[in-house]
Design a protein around this ligand. Structure first.
Ligand code: ASP
Ligand code: MG
Length: 411
């Protein structure tokens, strides 16, 4: 008998009709002789609606209360799913993060799991009852409700699969897994059958909205077999596996466009030891992720310092950095959010020299100027002007021979 964790995202449980359809899928998995635990997101759009309510009151709700608010979305859905399963004649029990309990640190709105207790859920499974876990949420050691960051239900599911040593973690969403590029941007994109944890991690971090990064990280660490499927039918699926299991049939696996990118520049900063630390440490303290960093060569003891951050953190970052700018005597601070990041991802990058120049060439052939570049073993990213974002994705996709020439070929 296999133990399967099935996670259903917001679009799969967007209405009670959707929930009924999912419940039937869950039931049929169980009837086939498996043990099954379900993890649900909030009904599609719910989390945004709850956040909008808070925004009617203030732009800056306390993190603790924001978490208490949005966690209700998953609570509603887990209860409705358990009610539906019961109505279909299956025993089911909803479980909140605090009931499991799933313990996290106290970084509200983006908490990390510190401990997943499985005693209660294991007992429910033993009693042949289907546990329906509210994803995305946890509780701190001192009893405050937390959430794991947007899209965090995936992470709940993988953490549960890891702690219960499940045979498989299935993530159900509204697409049939992962594509070489967003099909809405790049009509010639192809479906990917197998991708390595590492490549998936890069894609997830770059705005490919299919899986939560932390979920992929945990799946790799605990070697959880992970598959992404559509809950709306469709045969295709994407397996996320170890690097050795992926056939290296292309250097680049995917091309992404990340829109949630802004940059801040400090102009004419006195170039002396400790400056980078002075600039970036307030951001680190505020848990703002700095991505690319460029410090120009210094001229006459002055330099320019530019870095990118998520646009969602821009106003907070501007506030922090304008204070630093005064303290360190920078001439001025500039901020821009009309930029995007285009990235090519693939395990082939580290073994194939010339990948970067091929990407740069494809952009220059379209007359697109590259403002910033960063590379890693698995990824090359370029910051460019926002208006060229989609064109750039198509150009890079083509340059790496990813375009689908025959109908429906997968990689
Ligand atoms: N409901 C949360 C969100 O919308 C968590 C999730 O869907 O995974 O981000
Ligand atoms: Mg999601």
């Amino acid at each position: 008998m296999s133990l399967i964790i099935q996670k259903y995202g917001g679009s799969s449980v967007a209405s009670t009709d959707h929930i009924r359809r999912v419940a039937m899928k869950v039931a049929s998995t169980k009837i086939r002789g498996n043990k099954i635990a379900v993890v649900v997101s909030a009904m599609g759009g719910q989390t945004d609606q709850l956040l909008a309510l808070a925004a009617e009151i203030t732009n800056n709700p306390p993190g603790r209360e924001q978490d208490a608010l949005v966690a209700t979305g998953e609570q509603v859905c887990a209860a409705l799913m358990a009610i539906t399963l019961e109505s279909l004649g299956h025993k089911a029990k909803s479980l909140l993060g605090l009931q499991l309990p799933l313990i996290t640190d106290d970084v509200h709105t983006r908490a990390r799991i510190t401990e997943m207790q499985t005693g209660k859920i294991a007992q429910i499974l033993d009693e042949d009852i289907i546990p329906v876990v509210a994803g995305f949420q946890g509780i701190t050691a001192d009893g405050s409700i937390t959430t794991l960051g947007r899209g965090g239900s995936d992470t709940t599911a993988v953490a549960l699969a890891a702690s219960l040593k499940a045979d498989c973690c299935e993530i159900y969403t509204d697409v049939e897994g992962v594509y070489t590029a967003d099909p809405n941007i790049c009509p010639k994109s192809r479906h990917i059958k197998k991708i390595s944890y590492q490549e998936m991690l890069e894609l997830a971090g770059l705005g490919a909205n299919v899986l939560h990064s932390r979920a992929v990280e945990l799946a790799q660490k605990y070697q959880v077999p992970l598959v992404v499927k559509s809950s709306f039918g469709g045969e295709k699926e994407t397996w996320i596996v170890n690097e050795e299991e992926v056939m290296e049939n292309s250097i680049i696996k995917g091309v992404t466009l990340e829109k949630n990118v802004s940059k801040i520049s400090l102009i004419r900063v006195p170039d002396r030891p400790g400056i980078a630390h002075r600039i970036l440490s307030p951001l680190a303290e505020a848990a703002i992720n700095v991505d690319m960093i460029i410090q120009n060569a210094s001229i006459d003891g002055y330099t320019d310092f530019t870095f990118t951050i998520p646009t969602t953190d821009l106003s907070k970052a501007k506030e922090l950095i304008s204070e630093v700018a005064r303290e360190i005597d920078a001439e001025k601070m500039l901020a821009a959010n009309n930029i995007v990041k285009v990235s090519a991802v693939g395990i082939g990058i580290k073994t194939n020299p010339g990948v970067a120049s091929r990407m740069f060439h494809s952009l220059s052939a379209e007359n697109i100027n590259i403002e910033m570049i960063s590379t890693s073993e698995y990824r090359i990213s370029c910051v460019i002007e926002e208006k060229y974002g989609e064109l750039a994705v198509r150009a890079v996709h083509k340059a790496f021979d990813l375009d689908n020439v025959k109908e429906e070929t997968e990689i």
